[in-house]
Each structure stands twice: as C-alpha cells, then as structure tokens.
Design a protein around this ligand. Structure first.
Ligand code: 13P
Ligand code: SF4
Length: 307
C-alpha cells in the first residue's frame, strides 16, 4: 500500500480530520480535508466533529485546535515544528513586561503565532487575515500592546492609523526577502504584480501590489489583472496557488540567498510522519486546563470579532 492510501485508510479508521496549512508540502496538502490559513483552520478545528484532529502545520496551530476543541484528540506529525515568532515572545517575558508597565493598562493583542501561555495573558488574538478588523475593534481609550510580530504590527498601524506599542519579534523566513531581492525578480518579469505577506518588512511591503494573508492570496491571484504574479511568502503557498489559479504564472519571491523561502519548521512534516501520527495517535497536544481556558477566551473573542 502506498503512503497516501495508508493515510486515507487510517484517517477513516481513526475517524480523523486532516487540516493542513498553506505552507505544507504539496503531498500533505493533497491528502488534507481542509487546506488554509491560520484563521480558516482555526474555524475548521473549532467546528470539527471527528474524534481526532490531525494538524499539519506548526505547534502553535495544533495547540490552537486543542484550545478551541478540547474534547478531541489533537495530533501533529512533528512536535518540533515550532515558529520563530512564538520563540521571540516567551510567556515569562511578556508577563514581566506587563507587570513592569501595569500603570499603562495595555489592551494586549497577540498574533496567533504564539504559545498558549502567551495567549492566556492577552485580551484578544488575531491572524494576518483579520488583524486590521481586530485592531479596529479595540477599545479606543486603552493603549495597545501588539505581540509578537513587529512587522505585522507596523503594517496594521499603517492600515488603521491606530498607534500601538510593538513587541520586537519577527518571522525568520519573511524577513529574508529584501528590497533588492524583490526588485531583481520584478526586473526579470516586467509587468508582473507582487503579492506579499504582512510578516515581510516595510521595505518589501512597499513593493507589493497587495499585502494579505495566505488565504486571501488565493482570491487575489485568481482575480488579478495580470498573468505573472510574484508571490512573496513561504514556498508551500505556490502549490496551493498553482492548483487554484492554473491560468496564472506564479513566481516564487526570492531572498538574497535562495530562489525561494522555506520555513524549516513547516517542512519538518512529511507524509511518513503524518502516517505515523495517525497510526500511534502521537505526538499529542496536551495542556493544563487552567491555561487552556485562559487562552480560549481571547481566541473566542477573535472568532466572534472576525465573523
Ligand atoms: P497565515 O495565517 O496568513 O496563513 O500565516 C501564517 C504564518 O505562519 C505565516 O508565516
Ligand atoms: Fe513561524 Fe515564519 Fe514559519 Fe510562519 S513561516 S510558521 S511565522 S517561522
């Protein structure tokens, strides 16, 4: 039996649903029940009826699934699939910062790329797909602390005009794109449009015709008035876009060192590990119930505010 057939048989046997992020390798996207961005997958996780949720993405995404649907067994192919943004904001550091600045009475907005312990310290969560809407709904009379992505935060400030204090975290993949690397590829494809993820630096975002979440890239590319489109985000996105927009010429945005950018965490997941986690129902996401309930409140607020 080939791996794909084995995975589909195990999925049925375990009564599992497979969720895959847009950055997963093509073979994983192709066996998943749902492929999407952090926001879409959080909704799918919350609404999942299956006994087991297999989250093919990185750890904070699987953790989010467990927070919003705690009755399910949540597994992921590789427990070491982390995220540089999550690492940039340890819960103890955020807690110490909030204590040291308690007189400010911050309204804390956390990008979903953070741990459950960080979510538990926040008022509301956002993703790249709803960050503008979430910030627009923040109380006008409180200062905002936005954690952990300073690039996403500064993009949201540009979009909303709302001033925020920014935690200085970044995505190690998206900051690899530079003004020079994107200008070079633009020169090689005159007339091409550029779509970029808001985790990119401002210098790169300024070169883009559109800045949006990975899911919005699909609709934007489908409707874009050009055949050639330079996609400035992690390389897995190209698989999804080529499937959904077959009439477009989708070009990977290069960095100064490489013709495309891979997230080493997203790429830890393989078909073999997906088969194994379905077989052994491990590695599993577990967390203390007190942290889960405290992290659930800001996540539910986000789901409510982005409908
Ligand atoms: P999206 O929610 O836009 O898919 O982004 C997730 C992510 O990790 C980007 O690096
Ligand atoms: Fe984290 Fe960046 Fe990888 Fe997304 S691409 S999971 S933000 S390290």
């Amino acid at each position: 039996m080939d791996l794909k057939t084995e995975i589909l048989a195990l999925k049925q046997q375990r009564n599992a649903v497979i969720l895959a992020h847009n950055y997963q390798i093509g073979e994983i996207q192709d066996v998943a029940d749902h492929v999407g961005d952090s926001l879409g997958l959080a909704y799918h996780a919350k609404e999942a009826q299956a006994d087991v949720i297999v989250f093919c993405g990185v750890h904070f995404m699987a953790e989010t699934a467990k927070i919003v649907n705690p009755g399910k067994i949540v597994v992921l192919p590789d427990a070491d699939a982390g995220c540089s943004l999550e690492q940039s904001c340890p819960a103890e550091q955020l807690e110490a910062f909030l204590t040291a600045n308690s007189e400010k009475n911050y309204y804390v907005i956390a990008y979903i790329n953070c741990s459950a312990a960080v979510k538990a310290l926040c008022d509301v969560i956002c993703t790249s797909g709803n960050a503008v809407r979430i910030v627009q709904q923040a109380p006008a009379d409180r200062p905002i602390l936005f954690v952990p992505d300073a690039n996403l935060g500064s993009w949201v400030m540009e979009q909303t005009g709302r001033k925020m204090d920014l935690w200085q975290g970044s995505c190690y993949v998206h900051v690899e794109f530079t003004r020079d690397s994107i200008n070079r590829i633009k020169q090689a494809h005159p007339g091409a449009l550029v779509v970029a993820h808001p985790e990119c630096t401002q210098a790169v975002r300024l070169l883009a015709d559109e800045v949006c979440s990975t899911e919005k890239m699909v609709t934007w590319c489908r409707n874009a008035p050009a055949k050639d489109i330079i996609v400035v985000t992690e390389s897995g996105m190209l698989h999804r876009l080529r499937k959904e927009c077959p009439d477009k010429n989708l070009i990977a945005g290069p960095t100064d060192r490489c013709y495309c950018a891979d997230c080493k965490y997203m790429k830890l997941n393989t078909l073999q590990k997906l088969r194994d986690c379905l077989l052994h129902l491990s590695p599993r996401v577990e967390m203390e119930e007190s942290i889960r309930t405290r992290a659930e409140a800001p996540l539910l607020r986000m789901l409510e505010q982005s409908r």
